[in-house]
Write a protein that binds this ligand. Structure first.
Ligand code: GLN
Length: 348
């Protein structure tokens, strides 16, 4: 059976029990005890520290100078306990991991249905910077985790001009991290000078009427958001905020609504690892987001945020050690959302 193009059976919030609200019933488990988490992180580090496959990103020249041996891991639980190993304090540019949090802020500001209509939430099946994906979808940015959808999302950020939008983004991401995040000026200058592809994507979306505002200004705010400096620990805390119904477990501040966390994690599950998102869910079983500086962030709702940083990437732009260590930790810490154990119940 072939559906008419753009027709959706699951349509906005018509069938939701409580549209745009997190349902009252939430069921999750607990993380293992602290000593077990520490042992799992140390185990992951020693297992994968000698894997030097992959390449450090160089299409943004400033990223190419990163030390490929860096390897940081951190778990932040929903009560604010942060466990870490390796280079977890090293700062790097957040890159595409920012897309998850800008999406959350815009979803909070504009609402579930508006963001879904303006951006979309389906996987492109194509690389993160694909222009073909826009054309194949008749101008739709498709989802907020690829560059087209991220640019369309950043365009929706509240503010009278690009300066106010940038303030909104920087302050919002800082609330997720629980500290004031700053721009990595070197990465920002380097990416700005090599940004022709993102500029083109923004203009193409504009030509379809799918980008609000001036394409150059939107691209600039997007480039700034990607150049915010974070550590692996920061990312774990940002993830823990999404795992904890939108309340930052370090500061106690409510950053976004619990329903926004649910929306964001759904978008990550379908598209956070780009065209590898299906493989990722099948193997790791958690919503995740990667960035070309080498970070992989995963979120276990109700339990923790888990971040791994190591700069060498595979061909899709996902950190090699980041993926392998996260896969291992998902199993070691029991984080796969699809796993269950047999229960001795009534047998009929
Ligand atoms: N700033 C990068 C870009 O737009 C982010 C890409 C990524 O991390 N995958 O190309």
């Amino acid at each position: 059976m072939s559906a008419a193009p753009q027709e959706r059976v699951i349509h906005d919030s018509r069938d939701a029990v409580s549209p745009g609200k997190a349902e009252a019933a939430v069921s999750t488990g607990d993380l293992p005890l602290l000593g077990d988490v520490e042992a799992a992180l140390a185990g992951a580090r020693s297992r994968y520290a000698s894997d030097d496959s992959g390449q450090v990103a160089d299409y943004i020249p400033a990223l190419a100078t990163e030390d490929p041996a860096l390897f940081g891991l951190a778990v932040a639980d929903v009560r604010g306990l942060v466990t870490y190993s390796g280079d977890s304090e090293h700062r790097f540019s957040i890159q595409s991991v920012s897309k998850a949090f800008v999406f959350a802020l815009v979803d909070e500001a504009l609402g579930h249905d508006t963001v879904r209509r303006a951006v979309g939430v389906n996987n492109t099946g194509l690389p993160f910077d694909s222009i073909l994906a826009i054309e194949l979808n008749r101008g739709s940015p498709v989802n907020p985790m690829v560059n087209a959808g991220a640019l369309a999302t950043t365009a929706l950020v509240p503010g009278r001009d690009a300066t106010e939008q940038w303030d909104f983004v920087r302050e919002g991401l800082s609330r997720f991290a629980g500290r004031e995040l700053e721009l990595d000026e070197r990465v920002y200058a380097s990416e700005s000078a090599a940004n022709q592809r993102n500029e083109s994507i923004a203009r193409l979306l504009g030509s379809y009427g799918r980008l609000q505002g001036d394409p150059s200004e939107v691209t600039d705010v997007y480039t700034r958001q990607c150049s915010l400096a974070v550590s692996t620990r920061d990312l774990a805390v940002m993830g823990a905020t999404l795992a904890a119904g939108g309340v930052n477990p370090l500061t106690g501040e409510r950053v976004v609504d619990a329903a926004v966390c649910r929306d964001t994690l759904a978008a990550l599950a379908s598209s956070g690892m780009y065209e590898r998102s299906g493989d990722w869910l099948y193997e790791v079983g958690m919503p995740g987001k990667s960035g070309v500086s080498g970070a992989v962030l995963t979120v276990s709702p109700g339990k923790a945020g888990l971040a791994v940083f190591s700069p060498r990437l595979d061909a899709t732009g996902n950190s090699v050690r980041g993926q392998r260590a996260t896969h291992y930790l998902s199993g070691a810490l029991g984080l796969n959302l699809f796993a269950s154990a047999p229960v001795n119940g009534r047998q009929g």
